[in-house]
Design a protein around this ligand. Structure first.
Ligand SMILES: N[C@@H](CCC(=O)N[C@@H](CS)C(=O)NCC(=O)O)C(=O)O
Length: 214
């Protein structure tokens, strides 16, 4: 059985957990990192030399980097809705995954680490607002894409929606003012109706408030 290592308050772990739920795969979950520790052992370094979570272990194979794990899972599962045979069709969701990882997620993380995870007196609110504005621009790009489509890469949910959609919950719930454009609002409502999103993404993250140590 697949094993997935990583604390469930980790945003990168949550994306993997959500996909596991969507694919109805059986897995064993092991809490690791954060208050659970365990990243500094030799045993864990053999699974991931970067000593980061999430890590997926499938028999003798270990897979790290959240988006690589997502790609691995859909390629392995044999469901052509999630992993079409055409490399061009795959590129249509892959580009949004890369965009989310390199643009939207870093902008969101800068607000989350700059605001939610910082003790109030250490916050640089000008920097938080600057990054919030970047998030707002990312939402406008997503909105434009969703004006003609149900999901980011087509009429069916894909890894594009997992990687970009996972950001919306904390972005809107961390206590900062952010407005969702109409198509994004509709898409977010749809994501929130999915069991995997509710279970893993919409989960309590208050243990991270004002906490910078992991
Ligand atoms: N780019 C990596 C980032 C991995 C990462 O930074 N993971 C964080 C949690 S989100 C971590 O391991 N932090 C240490 C800890 O939780 O103790 C990925 O997407 O998997």
């Amino acid at each position: 059985m697949i094993k997935i290592y990583g604390r469930t308050t980790s945003f990168n772990v949550q994306k993997v957990m959500w996909l596991l739920e969507e694919l109805s795969l059986e897995y064993r979950h092991i809490e690791l990192g954060g208050r659970f520790g365990g990243l500094d052992t030799d045993e864990f370094a053999r699974l991931n030399p970067m000593r980061k979570i999430p890590v997926l272990v499938d028999g003798q194979k270990s897979v790290w980097e959240s988006h690589t794990i997502l790609r691995f899972l859909v390629a392995e599962c044999g469901d052509t809705n999630w992993y079409p045979a055409s490399s061009y069709l795959r590129s249509q969701y892959e580009r949004w995954m890369d965009w989310a990882h390199t643009l939207f997620q870093p902008a969101f993380m800068a607000t989350f680490w700059g605001y939610y995870r910082k003790p109030e007196k250490k916050r640089d609110m000008a920097m938080v607002r600057y990054n919030l504005e970047k998030c707002q621009k990312c939402l406008a790009i997503i909105d434009q894409q969703l004006s003609g489509l149900k999901y980011l890469a087509g009429e069916k949910i894909s890894l594009a929606d997992i990687t970009a959609g996972a950001i919306l919950y904390r972005l809107t719930e961390q206590g900062l003012e952010i407005s969702l454009p109409n198509h994004v609002e509709r898409w977010y409502r749809d994501l929130k109706s999915r069991q995997g999103y509710r279970k893993w993404i919409m989960s309590d993250f208050t243990e991270l408030k004002g906490r910078e140590d992991f």
